[in-house]
Ligand binder design. Structure first.
Ligand code: 26Y
Length: 787
């Protein structure tokens, strides 16, 4: 364990020095001083972990995204330093709450990136030899602002403050070749700290740099532009995270990022493998690599290439080694998000890797023919087809394990999207239901509830064994427990109100019902459906069709990909609805709508603990899992959702009767052969009334025509889709009914808090500790390193 006294003394001395200079201690400065002092102490612990891991099989998580959020408080908690340091700092007039100013590390888009971060936390806490590889983007996911209700994107300049949690490791630098040019891959290591144990794993993020930071030979030869161009070529590769999690774009920069990540990480693992005195034949015995979706899948042909070209391994043996090494996780059912790269681009950027892909494709075609597949089927399943590289096919063919991220998702993959592959390799398919780390998503973000749980359970064991929450189910019978639980929720709601007032300038009351939908903005997630339902409720409150309504705030938080026009139109629409309702004096004590700006990990840490109702309303069969749903559940909110993704398992664990499931299920939607949204619109005056607000002048889209486009998307369709492809109008009546049922039920606070409590007490399964144990046992074959 660390020497808290020494750390505190270090930081206090630094603080004094800054103060002598007349400097105020800002949150960022405090973060820097604390983190630096801790990092110094961590180095020997990290080295000890590395040494132990040399002896055993290791797993590596390859991911283009890591949504780490703020590091400092989580690290203080995991190291067990928080309380003591808080006291020490108080003594010199410093409040650790100042750390709330510190910026998030936002190197990810959404669920997939946050999952990677939760997995690393669980790996270290379980003492597993699990380390991460990713990219050190100069700019993370954009910062969102609203201007007149329109989303505007600003650069996320997260490195404008020094990044004390990373150590540059020049000694582990390697080179990567792209388009015949060589660039440097320089690793920056971030510690991944196990909770109250001595494990310090690492997240190694690659930064791309020119081989010579500035080529003076060229410069002196008057080749000024070339000298600068070389530097820019390299630095562009890790300049920015693609802010898109829905449509795959055939961009050469993205291919370069993906190959750069794959190549550098593999070189590093192979180097370690050899340093440990091992040969490539034993590579899969000592190394397991998990591919977080298809983004790092160039690793498959790249390892094949290295084995053949550099290690003299035969093609067949190389495929065998590769297949034993990799596991592939699929995170999406949406066809648009399945990566298909333009073969010509791949060939230009990595010609030799492309040749290997061609050879793998030939082998796959042979295997398929041998397995009795006809020409047409072979063409459908090929890796190279229509001058494109199908990354998912490459991943499945050369992995020993393919997994979905929730039961229903894995079933849908087997039955629909990947049915041909399931028929070919049934033994490769597995389910690994997602999870979240209770350290960040309860212990850190909800201290009052955490303390109360600890008090009831008698100890803090639940922080590393979330199943212990089931013991709390019996306490639901105790009215005093539920009353205390409600008091805690109210404190959390007040905290959120304060934050909303400060950040959004909207005054809210914690006595309202808090109903929250936070996630990336996407049509399939149906924020638009939520907005239409709120409008319907609003109109019905105005005309008296609804009475006895419990005052409610509907919260939204979501970023839209900058090029996703319709998602941006939905944001503008929700902001218009919010403006109308919030400015209506009749709604003052009844209804409010807030779209929080720049929803990110840190905002989430305030929102989840304050929620009464969690909105999870994707069209059945579209959301792979969802993990926000689990964060709400763990903090004691009920789910208002469709029978989709992990919602299915949430209600299985917490009881249908304690949640609000509505809408069509997958089978019902599949059986719909002539879906006619126009008939629904014409046949239901309430549907018509809300949909017409898009075109009757109720709302102003600033003459962009975006509301007309939204209207058309529901009733006319577009060149690329049928009208109302996500069945909003189909589910709208049952959704409004469910929203009103929640609202009525909430009036009986005691009964409602029973449901909330049962959800919290049933959340044990959704710990990422459980998920990671399953990966470790069923896919990676790794075990905790002995102390
Ligand atoms: C190819 C590129 C456009 C792309 C980039 C990022 C495609 C997809 C993504 C990210 C996808 C993602 O975040 N998926 C979410 O993964 C979560 C973790 O498994 C799931 O819980 C969630 O349902 C799924 O939408």
């Amino acid at each position: 364990m660390l020497d808290t006294k020494r750390i505190a003394a270090d930081v206090k001395r630094d603080i004094e020095l800054w103060r002598v200079q007349g400097e105020d201690i800002s949150g960022e400065l405090l973060n820097f001083l604390l983190s630096k002092a801790i990092m110094r102490e961590l180095i020997p612990l990290h080295e000890a972990t590395v040494e132990k891991q040399r002896k055993v099989k290791n797993a590596y998580y390859f991911s283009a995204e890591y949504l780490m959020g703020r590091m400092i408080q989580n690290n203080l908690m995991n190291l067990g330093l928080h309380d003591e340091l808080k006291e020490e700092m108080k003594a010199v007039g410093i409040n650790l709450d100042q750390l709330e100013e510190v910026e998030d590390a936002g190197l990810g888009n959404g669920g997939l990136g946050r999952l990677a971060a939760c997995f690393l936390d669980s790996g270290a806490t379980l003492g597993l030899p699990l380390n991460g590889y990713g990219l050190r983007y100069r700019y993370g996911l954009f910062r969102q602002q609203f201007e007149d209700g329109f989303q505007k994107e600003l650069a996320d300049n997260w490195l404008k403050h020094p990044d004390p949690w990373s150590i540059r490791r020049d000694d582990r630098t390697c080179t990567v070749e792209l388009e015949g040019k060589r660039v440097l891959a320089v690793p920056y290591d971030m510690p991944v700290i196990g909770y109250h144990n001595d494990t310090i794993n690492s997240l190694r993020l690659w930064q791309c740099e020119a081989i010579e930071d500035f080529n003076f030979e060229k410069f002196n030869n008057y080749e000024y532009d070339e000298a600068v161009a070389e530097k820019n070529y390299a630095e562009n590769i890790t300049r920015v995270l693609y802010p898109n999690d829905s449509t795959d774009e055939g961009r050469s920069l993205r291919i370069k990022q993906e190959y750069f990540l794959s190549s550098a990480s593999l070189q590093d693992i192979i180097r370690t493998h050899k340093e440990n005195g091992r040969t490539m034949a034993s590579f899969p015995t000592y190394n397991a690599i998990q591919l977080n979706d298809t983004h790092p899948v160039f690793s498959i042909p790249e390892l094949t290439r290295i084995l053949i070209d550099e290690e003299g391994v035969s093609f067949q043996n190389a495929l065998d080694i590769v297949r034993k090494t990799f596991g592939y996780t699929n995170h999406t059912i949406m066809a648009e998000a399945l990566e298909k790269w333009d073969a010509k681009l791949v060939k230009e950027i990595v010609p030799r890797v492309y040749e290997i892909i061609e050879r793998i494709d030939q082998q796959l075609r042979k295997d398929l023919a041998a397995a009795g597949r006809g020409e047409e089927k072979i063409e459908e399943m090929a890796i190279l087809r229509d001058k494109k590289v199908y990354m998912a096919h490459l991943a499945i063919y050369l992995s020993h394990s393919v997994n979905g991220v929730a039961k229903i998702h894995t079933e849908i993959l087997k039955k629909r999207e990947l049915s041909d592959w399931y028929a070919l390799y049934p033994e490769r398919f597995q389910n690994k239901t997602n999870g979240i780390t209770q350290r960040r998503w309860l212990r850190l973000c909800n201290p009052h509830l955490s303390d109360y749980i600890t008090k009831l359970l008698g100890d803090e064991g639940w922080v590393t064994d979330l199943d212990r929450l089931t013991e709390l189910k019996q306490d639901a019978a105790d009215p005093a427990v539920l009353a205390a639980f409600r008091d805690i929720k109210r404190i959390n709601k007040q905290r959120l109100c304060d934050m909303i007032w400060e950040k959004e300038g909207v005054k809210l009351s914690p006595d309202f019902l808090f109903d929250i939908q936070v996630k990336r903005l996407h049509e399939y997630k149906r924020q638009f459906l939520n907005a239409l339902a709120i409008l319907d409720i609003y109109f019905c409150l105005k005309d008296g069709a609804i009475t006895g309504f419990t005052p409610t705030v509907y919260f939204f938080g979501a970023k839209a990909a900058p090029g996703y026009d319709r998602a941006k139109a939905i944001i503008k629409f929700i902001n218009e609805v919010a403006k109308r309702i919030n400015n209506d004096p009749e709604m003052k004590d009844l209804l409010k709508v807030v779209f929080v700006t720049n929803y990110d990990v840190s905002y989430g840490e305030r929102l989840f603990p304050a929620a009464d109702v969690s909105e999870q309303i994707s069209t059945a069969g579209t959301e792979a899992s969802g993990t926000g749903n689990m964060k709400f559940m763990l903090n004691g909110a009920v789910t208002l959702g469709t029978y989709d993704g992990a919602n299915v398992e949430i209600v299985e664990a917490a009881g249908m009767e304690n949640n609000y499931i509505f809408g069509a299920r997958v089978e019902e939607l599949e059986a719909l052969d002539h879906y006619d949204p126009v008939a629904l619109y014409e046949g239901n005056v309430r549907i018509k009334r809300v949909v017409d607000t898009l075109i009757d002048g109720t709302f102003d889209d600033g003459d962009t025509g975006m509301f007309q486009e939204l209207y058309d998307s529901l009733l006319k369709g577009a060149s690329w889709h049928d009208p109302d492809q996500y069945k909003l109008l189909y589910d709208l009546p049952s959704y409004v009914a469910a929203k009103l049922k929640v609202n009525r039920d909430y009036a009986d606070r005691e009964k409602f808090s029973f449901k909330c409590w049962m959800n919290m007490a049933s959340a044990g399964r959704f710990s990422s500790d459980r998920t990671i144990r399953e990966y470790a046992k069923d896919i990676w074959d790794i075990a905790p390193v002995e102390e």
